[in-house]
Ligand binder design. Structure first.
Ligand SMILES: Cc1cc2nc3c(=O)[nH]c(=O)nc-3n(C[C@H](O)[C@H](O)[C@H](O)COP(=O)(O)OP(=O)(O)OC[C@H]3O[C@@H](n4cnc5c(N)ncnc54)[C@H](O)[C@@H]3O)c2cc1C
Ligand code: SF4
Length: 496
């Protein structure tokens, strides 16, 4: 394989923060560069900075004499002038450009179920058609044989989403699952903590959010432990409660595996095969296993490939809904104190504590709010990258610019993911503890999501009137007797 040739050429493999597991190691000399400037470009969640540093330093400790570990301000201090380096193709446009300009030998990327060549082949067969995730997912299932019985999908259907939209149990504060397994911090974490304190004190970095105990795996062994814990305790409930939210249950039945996968600690193929094996052994229901498989071999691979396919300009060149509002202080500083809307308050509070929120909180609370209020999509994209432990440049554009904000005008999702309080009320217990009422759109206790939904439609109506999937919502808007009053109320809203 290409990596072995690299070793034969006597090259040193430079691995990045997304390449810290065995999948990126073919033996031979390695190099990790801890460049402080990477942490100082923009404000970053403390938990994220901690996790990245901890994972890099743990990897260095594992590799021992085989690794050169550099602590510098910038990559160029180590890399310029060297001609013995190779990399597995990095995960952002900026770093790919950096290594190519310096003549570093580049090997094909790893860390996804499908290769970039696989996606290019598939995209070529779609000439003139939309590149839909669902079609890509089916092709991957067929090509890999995952959850297939011959040429038919296991159970007769490719997608069990329909069975996976259960609201949370009534009158339950939690799903009632055992607490997830948490890693134990060690002396490397203590050193990281001290270094971050010093960097912050000296003005090199701006850290946001709590300095909690590290919650996410920083080594391959910890990541395997987290995977086993998910399979044992939460996989069965993953499917039904995938879209549900509970005030008192910040993890629900989610896997918490995005961070270790994005750090390269776990091979996603191994993750999926482990979960699929549970179905074949009769230990897990098909709807949960299929739902989880789709998130990894469908969504995760798809957004990775779209990052390259849509080009570097996709992030900055898309603003189809004319959204230019700056992010408010509650978002920038992860400060829930000023937010009364219980769903948003709890989501921002959870982010402040953990640097993580689950998918529906990201899409239907944070993303929905930002969409309704016309936050600048690039600023929002970068905020998600910086504030989430699993945030990476490649994962965000399709999720934020495309799916969540519809800034691309419909390349990733055919209509904006906007909804009022009724959806949040159905899928969570947030509304019961809120000063606002999800059914009310006008007056003192009008829900800012419900009223905000109509005000959003009013604002974007001219831009979306040719979108046939928006015909029904826009017809509803036109029938709204108090439309002007609701729009006026939201324009002047002070309490949210
Ligand atoms: C606005 C927005 C921002 C997001 N930001 C990130 C991010 O910074 N990093 C990130 O990895 N994912 C991101 N996602 C996708 C998804 O929300 C997270 O992967 C998931 O919440 C992570 O928690 P988990 O590991 O418990 O996931 P689970 O719910 O257990 O899902 C299993 C896995 O599926 C993958 N996955 C599921 N959906 C997606 C998706 N849409 N895109 C990519 N992978 C997916 C992840 O690897 C995840 O670990 C974002 C989605 C939205 C809508
Ligand atoms: S009433 Fe509205 S603001 Fe309050 S929790 Fe429900 S959806 Fe959120």
């Amino acid at each position: 394989m290409a990596g072995d040739e690299g070793r034969a050429g006597g090259r040193t493999r430079w691995v990045f923060a997304g390449q810290l597991g065995p999948l990126f190691d073919d033996g031979g000399p390695m190099m990790i560069v801890e460049a402080r400037s990477v942490f100082g470009r923009r404000p970053m969640h403390r938990a994220k900075a901690h996790l990245l540093l901890s994972a890099m330093r743990h990897r260095a400790a594992e590799l021992g004499d085989r690794v050169e570990y550099h602590r510098v301000e910038r990559y160029s201090e180590v890399v310029d002038g060297r001609d013995d380096l190779e990399v597995i193709d990095p995960t952002s446009w900026a770093v790919r450009r950096f290594v190519r300009r310096r003549g570093v030998v580049v090997l094909p990327s790893r860390g996804f179920v499908t290769s970039e060549a696989d996606f290019a082949d598939w995209a070529a067969t779609r000439q003139g058609k939309r590149l839909l995730m669902e079609d890509f997912y089916r092709t991957v299932r067929e090509r890999t044989g995952l959850l297939m019985r011959g040429d038919q999908p296991e159970g007769g259907r490719f997608n069990y989403d329909h069975d996976n939209r259960t609201p949370p149990p009534k009158n339950a504060a939690r799903l009632g699952l055992p607490d997830p397994w948490w890693p134990e911090e060690d002396e490397i974490d203590q050193e990281v903590r001290a270094d971050l304190d010093a960097w912050q004190r000296d003005g090199h970095v701006t850290l946001v959010g709590d300095d909690g105990p590290r919650r996410f795996a920083a080594t391959h062994a910890e990541a395997e432990r987290a995977l086993a814990d998910f399979v044992e305790s939460r996989l069965n409930d993953f499917g039904p409660f995938e879209d549900a939210m509970l005030d008192g249950d910040w993890t629900m039945a989610h896997s918490l595996l995005s961070a270790p996968m994005n750090l390269g600690l776990l091979d996603p193929r191994h993750v999926v095969e482990t979960v699929v094996a549970e179905y074949h052994a009769g230990n897990a229901p098909l709807a949960s296993v299929e739902g989880f498989t789709r998130q990894i071999v469908g969504w995760r691979d798809y957004v990775w490939h779209l990052y390259w396919h849509l080009g570097e300009g996709y992030r900055t060149g898309s603003n189809a809904l004319g959204a230019h509002e700056p992010l408010p202080q509650a978002f920038r500083e992860l400060d829930p104190a000023a937010v009364e809307a219980n769903c948003l308050h709890e989501t921002i509070d959870g982010m402040r504590r953990h640097g993580w929120a689950h998918h529906i909180q990201r899409l239907m609370v944070l993303g929905n709010w930002a969409l309704q209020h016309g936050y600048d999509p690039v600023a929002l994209n970068d905020w998600f990258v910086d504030m989430f432990v699993d945030g990476t440049p490649w994962v965000m554009p399709a999720n934020v610019i495309g799916m969540s904000q519809h800034a691309d005008g419909g390349i990733v999702a055919t209509k904006p993911y906007a909804s009022g309080g009724a959806y949040i009320n159905k899928m969570s217990d947030y509304c019961g503890g809120c000063v606002f009422d999800p059914k009310v759109r006008l007056g003192e206790n009008a829900c800012p999501f419900t009223a905000g939904y109509w005000a959003f439609l009013d604002r974007v109506e001219p831009r979306l009137q040719r979108n046939h999937r928006m015909a029904q919502p826009l017809a509803g808007l036109r029938r709204l007797a108090d439309r002007d009053a609701v729009v006026d109320q939201e324009r002047h809203r002070e309490r949210w």
